[in-house]
Design a binder for this molecule. Structure first.
Ligand code: AMP
Length: 218
């Protein structure tokens, strides 16, 4: 089977992380979230983490060059031989071009755009809590969020430091400026499918699986 590289696009709070976790299990390809990689570096206090910590905190974007190198390195790992689900990358036209170059002939298999209105994105981000270990996403009213303990792995459930009103506004503005142009980029290549991400997560997953099957990718 050829490599399956799925780009999951959508503004913050569109459900990319939730869908990627499910699709990763279903298609046995890794969920590659550049945000998770960067946050892990910050947590570890590595040189990379120290370099990017303040950018993440403010909701800004780290440089294309740095992120491109992280993704290139991730693709050299054995589990990415069958492909990957890309979440939060590419985020700029420059990153999309670098991804094309990295993947070579096969390129991106499909780009799924999860469309949600801004108000829903803000509401989801404000109430989002996340397990620091396994990245399971909860709502602030879930028992795991209230107890602070993940029912999946026992890890700490926290609020991301960039899920504050100021950082959310900055991130959504950057999405419109830098990331939304990718919709045209992938549409021009016949790779873009836009789905309504406001619906129940199960329904969205079923839709994505149907699109992947219809395109003969699974
Ligand atoms: P996310 O988890 O995708 O919301 O990413 C969290 C933060 O990591 C972003 O607000 C950026 O500061 C940084 N980041 C993640 N992915 C990228 C990317 N592809 N390009 C630039 N910055 C990124």
């Amino acid at each position: 089977m050829s490599r399956l590289v799925l780009v999951i696009l959508g503004k913050q709070g569109a459900g990319k992380g939730t869908q990627c976790a499910r699709l990763s299990a279903r298609y046995e390809i890794p969920h590659v979230s550049t945000g998770d990689i960067l946050r892990a570096a910050v947590k570890a206090g590595s040189p990379l983490g120290r370099e990017v910590a303040s950018v993440l905190e403010s909701g800004g974007l780290v440089s294309d060059d740095l992120v491109n190198r992280l993704v290139a390195s991730r693709f050299t790992e054995p589990d990415a031989r069958r492909g990957a689900l890309l979440d939060g990358f590419p985020r700029t036209i420059g990153q999309a071009a670098a991804l094309d170059e990295l993947l070579g002939e096969d390129g991106v298999s499909l780009c799924i755009n999860l469309d949600v209105p801004n108000e829903l994105a803000v509401a989801r981000l404000s109430s989002r809590r996340v397990c620091v270990e396994c990245k399971t996403i909860y709502r602030d009213t879930d028992p795991e969020a209230i107890s602070g303990t993940c029912s999946n792995c026992g890890g700490d459930v926290i609020q991301r430091s960039d899920d504050t009103p100021e950082a959310i506004a900055a991130r959504l503005a950057l999405y419109e400026r830098d990331t939304a142009p990718l919709l045209d980029f992938y549409a021009a290549r016949g790779l873009l499918v836009t789905l309504d991400g406001a619906r129940d997560a199960d329904v969205v997953t079923a839709d994505i699986e149907a699109v992947i099957a219809a395109r003969g990718l699974s």
